[in-house]
Design a protein around this ligand. Structure first.
Ligand code: CMC
Length: 435
C-alpha cells in the first residue's frame, strides 16, 4: 500500500510534567489523528483506550464510515448504490483492487473465482470429525483454519502471487465450506459446485439441492442472497477485521488469519447478533409483548439488550439496515411469508424503540442484523447458519484488509500496552509457610 496520510500540524500534550509536540495527520475524509507512537519515549506514559473508541490502529484506503451521518463507502462508492447496482463479485474486485473492474477484468475475475470453488477431496473427510450437532460456526473455525494444511503452496505471505492465490481460493471456497457445514448438520450429502451458476445461486444450490431433487434457482432469492453478501462484505476496522490484522501482523498465513476473524465474528455483540436478533423476536413472540420487553431492556435486566440495535460507530440509521429492510420485504413477498408472525413484532419493536427517549438519547438505531434474521429464515436457513453467511461475505473484507496490512511498510507486529494493577514484585513463599 502506498501511504497517503498528510502531515497537518502538531498537537501539544502536557503530561508527566513535560510538554511534548505530537504530529497530526489528515486522511482524505474523516477526523485527523494524533500520532502518539513516540509518546512513551518522550513522556514515559502510555495511553489507555479500552475498546479502541478513540484509537486508529492503521491507515486504510478500503472502507470509510461516517457513523453520525450514517454513511458507508467502499473505495468511495456508497453501499446503497453498490447493493442496488453492483454484484457481490464486482464488489469483491473493488475491495481487493481499489477500482471497479472493466468488462474484461470482471470476466477474468469471475472465471478465476468460479474455477477455485472445489475443495481438495480429502478435505471432505475433515467434516466427519465433527459431531452432527456441532454449531456450523464451530465447523467454520476449524475447517477454514485447516485450509492451510491443504494449500501449502499459498501460505508464503512474502510472495504476492501466493497471496493472490490464497485470496482467490478463500473467496471461491468459502461458499462450498459454508454449504458443507450446513449439509453436515442437516445430515444430507454434500452438493458440489456448478460452474455455470453465479456465486449466490451456486451457494443456494449447494445448500438446498438434495440427490432426490435439484434446487430450482429463484432469481429473487438469488438476488437477495447476493445483496446480503454485498451488505456484509466489509466494515472497516471492526472487531473481527482487527483480529485478522492483529493475527496477520505476526506473519501468520492468510488461512489462519481468516479463521481467527471467524472466531471473533461468532460473538453475539458482533456477527452473532443476527442469530440473537431472531431468537429475541421469537422470545417476544407477539406485538403485545413488545412493550414489556422494551421495559426489561430499559431496566437493564441482566443480559437483556435489543439485539440488532446499536452500533459502536453508527449513531444514526445503519445504511445497510435500510437496504436490508427492503430486501426483507422482497423475500417475504416472494416466498409467501408476508404473514410471518415475527414481521409485525419486528416492525413494532422498531417503532417503539425509535420513538422512546431511552433509545433516542443513546442514539440506538436498527443495524444490519435487525432484518437479516427474518430474511434468512424466510429463505430457508436455520438460525445457526446466519453468522456463517456473514463470515462467508466478510471473507473478502478480511482478505482485502489483510493484504493492505501486509503491504503497508509502516505496520509492525500489533502489541498493545497495559496499565498494570496486579500485585507488585514479591518473594515466592514455600507451600508449608503459606496461610
Ligand atoms: N440495547 C439496549 N441498550 C443498548 C444497546 C442495545 N442493543 N446497545 C447499547 N446500549 C446502551 C448501553 O446499555 C449503554 O447505556 P448506558 O450509557 O446507560 O450504560 C449505551 O447504550 C452505550 O452502550 P455500549 O455498550 O457502551 O456501546 P458499544 O459501542 O460498546 O456497543 C454494540 C456496541 C453493537 C456492541 C451494542 O450496541 C450492542 O450490544 N448491540 C446489540 C448487538 C448487535 O446488534 N450487534 C451487531 C452490531 S452490527 C453488525 C456487526 O458489525 O457485527
Amino acid at each position: 500500500m502506498e501511504n497517503k496520510v498528510k502531515p497537518n500540524g502538531k498537537a501539544t500534550l502536557t503530561a508527566g510534567g513535560k510538554s511534548v509536540e505530537l504530529p497530526v495527520y489528515s486522511g482524505s475524509v474523516g477526523p485527523d489523528v494524533i500520532d502518539i507512537g513516540k509518546m512513551y519515549a518522550q513522556t514515559g506514559m502510555f495511553t489507555l483506550d479500552p475498546g479502541f473508541t478513540s484509537t486508529a490502529s492503521c491507515e486504510s484506503q478500503i472502507t470509510y464510515i461516517d457513523g453520525d451521518a450514517g454513511i458507508l463507502l467502499h473505495r468511495g462508492y456508497p453501499i446503497d448504490q453498490l447493493a442496488e447496482q453492483s454484484s457481490f463479485l464486482e464488489v469483491c474486485y473493488l475491495l481487493l483492487k481499489g477500482e471497479l473492474p472493466n468488462a474484461a477484468q470482471h470476466k477474468e475475475f469471475d472465471s478465476t473465482i468460479t474455477r477455485h470453488t472445489m475443495l481438495h477431496a480429502q478435505f471432505d473427510r475433515f467434516f466427519e470429525g465433527f459431531r452432527r450437532d456441532a454449531h456450523p460456526m464451530a465447523i467454520m473455525c476449524g475447517t477454514v483454519g485447516a485450509l492451510s494444511a491443504f494449500y501449502h503452496d499459498s501460505t508464503n505471505v512474502d510472495d504476492p502471487i501466493q497471496r493472490q492465490v490464497a485470496q482467490h481460493r478463500m473467496i471461491a471456497k468459502m461458499p462450498t465450506i459454508a454449504a458443507r457445514a450446513f449439509k453436515y448438520s442437516a445430515g444430507q450429502p454434500f452438493v458440489s459446485p456448478r460452474n455455470e451458476l453465479d456465486y449466490a445461486s451456486n451457494f443456494l444450490r449447494m445448500c438446498f439441492a438434495v440427490p432426490a431433487e435439484d434446487y430450482k434457482i429463484n432469481p429473487v432469492l438469488a438476488k437477495a442472497m447476493d445483496r446480503i453478501f454485498i451488505l456484509h462484505a466489509d466494515h472497516e476496522q471492526n472487531a473481527s477485521t482487527s483480529t485478522v490484522r492483529l493475527a496477520g501482523s505476526s506473519g501468520a498465513n492468510p488461512f489462519a488469519c481468516i479463521a481467527a476473524g471467524i472466531a471473533c465474528l461468532w460473538g453475539p455483540a458482533h456477527g452473532g447478533a443476527n442469530e440473537a436478533a431472531l431468537q429475541m423476536l421469537q422470545e417476544i413472540g407477539t406485538v403485545e409483548n413488545v412493550g414489556p420487553y422494551v421495559q426489561k431492556v430499559k431496566n437493564k435486566e441482566a443480559g437483556v439488550r435489543l439485539m440488532g440495535f446499536g452500533h459502536r460507530v453508527y449513531k444514526n440509521y445503519d445504511p445497510r439496515a435500510k437496504v436490508m429492510a427492503q430486501t426483507c420485504r422482497e423475500v417475504l413477498k416472494e416466498v409467501g411469508a408476508e404473514s410471518d408472525p415475527l414481521l409485525p413484532v419486528a416492525l413494532e419493536l422498531e417503532r417503539v424503540a425509535l420513538s422512546d427517549e431511552y433509545f433516542i438519547e443513546r442514539k440506538l438505531y436498527p443495524n444490519v442484523d435487525f432484518y437479516s434474521g427474518i430474511t434468512l429464515k424466510a429463505m430457508g436457513f436455520p438460525t445457526s447458519m446466519f453468522t456463517v453467511l456473514f463470515a462467508l461475505a466478510r471473507t473478502v473484507g478480511w482478505i482485502a484488509q489483510w493484504e493492505e496490512m501486509t503491504t503497508d511498510n509502516t505496520q509492525r507486529i500489533g502489541r498493545p500496552r497495559q496499565v498494570y494493577t496486579g500485585a507488585p514484585q514479591r518473594d515466592y513463599v514455600p507451600i508449608g509457610q503459606r496461610k
